[in-house]
Write a protein that binds this ligand. Structure first.
Ligand SMILES: O=P(O)(O)OC[C@H]1O[C@H](OP(=O)(O)OP(=O)(O)O)[C@H](O)[C@@H]1O
Ligand SMILES: O=c1cc[nH]c(=O)[nH]1
Ligand SMILES: [Mg+2]
Length: 219
């Protein structure tokens, strides 16, 4: 897997990341969602540079202009629910993308430190020969991303796979590296060092789904 860690080059992205992480600013859920969406837009732009391009000539009112336009058939798949604002940000840039949604949540066992990933809802077009973008803002253990990839296998073999995330734990990045091909590209805004015993990224930002959409009762 090829890792593109956008935090390696300081940019305006740092402002949105610091607002997401800040325990006071993140209480504003509209700003929290919008910051994830903005990061989706920035990553979408960076990711677009690695798509396949073909020459095109555009007729302006006064002449012809030669350019190259991307020819990739994109399927954008995000993991509910925290993936929704990231999905929106990517879709703001890839106007014509097809869309897939999958639900994956952690079901905690009697021991609060152990959980399994439950995949229930899945709506997906054919992935055969297409460019698949898998989006989830948090890559903690990496289990949700791998469970999603496994659930998508019956829908066809994508030509290219891009994984988009906001914050990953090093452990989760290592875990998905083993599950995806070498030419899969990860686009991520930050990689943090640790995971705590409950599978939360440290320092991370807390629970992205709850911050974006409110608390939920544990099942
Ligand atoms: O890498 P993992 O260890 O699998 O954890 C990451 C997952 O946890 C979060 O979802 P969560 O289960 O909290 O669901 P939510 O989006 O409904 O809050 C997050 O959005 C990822 O999907
Ligand atoms: O730190 C984490 C880990 C999983 N899900 C989150 O929302 N945050
Ligand atoms: Mg959550």
């Amino acid at each position: 897997m090829q890792i593109n860690n956008l935090s390696e080059t300081p940019s305006i992205l740092n402002t949105y990341m610091s607002e997401l992480r800040d325990k006071d600013i993140q209480k504003d859920s509209m700003r929290f969602r919008r910051n994830i969406e903005r990061i989706g837009e920035i990553i979408g732009y960076e990711l677009s540079k690695s798509l396949h391009f073909e020459p095109h000539t555009i007729e302006t009112p006064l002449g012809s202009s030669d350019t190259v336009l991307h020819k990739s058939d994109i399927v954008l798949c995000s993991i509910l629910r925290a993936g929704v604002p990231l999905h929106n940000g990517l879709l703001n840039y890839f106007d014509g993308a097809e869309n897939a949604f999958i639900s994956a949540y952690r079901q905690h066992q009697k021991n609060p430190e152990s959980f399994e990933i439950i995949v229930e809802y899945l709506a997906c077009p054919s992935l055969e020969g297409k460019t698949l973008i898998l989006a989830d803002p948090m890559l903690a253990t990496g289990q949700s991303m791998v469970a999603t990839f496994d659930a998508l296998k019956p829908f066809g073999k994508p030509k290219d796979i891009h994984i988009v995330s906001v914050i990953g734990a090093q452990q989760g990045v290592d875990f998905i590296s083993n599950a995806f091909d070498e030419d899969t590209k990860l686009w991520i805004a930050a990689i943090d060092k640790n995971l705590n015993e409950k599978g939360y990224i440290i320092p991370g930002l807390g629970d992205a789904g709850d911050l974006a959409f409110g608390n939920k009762l544990q099942q």
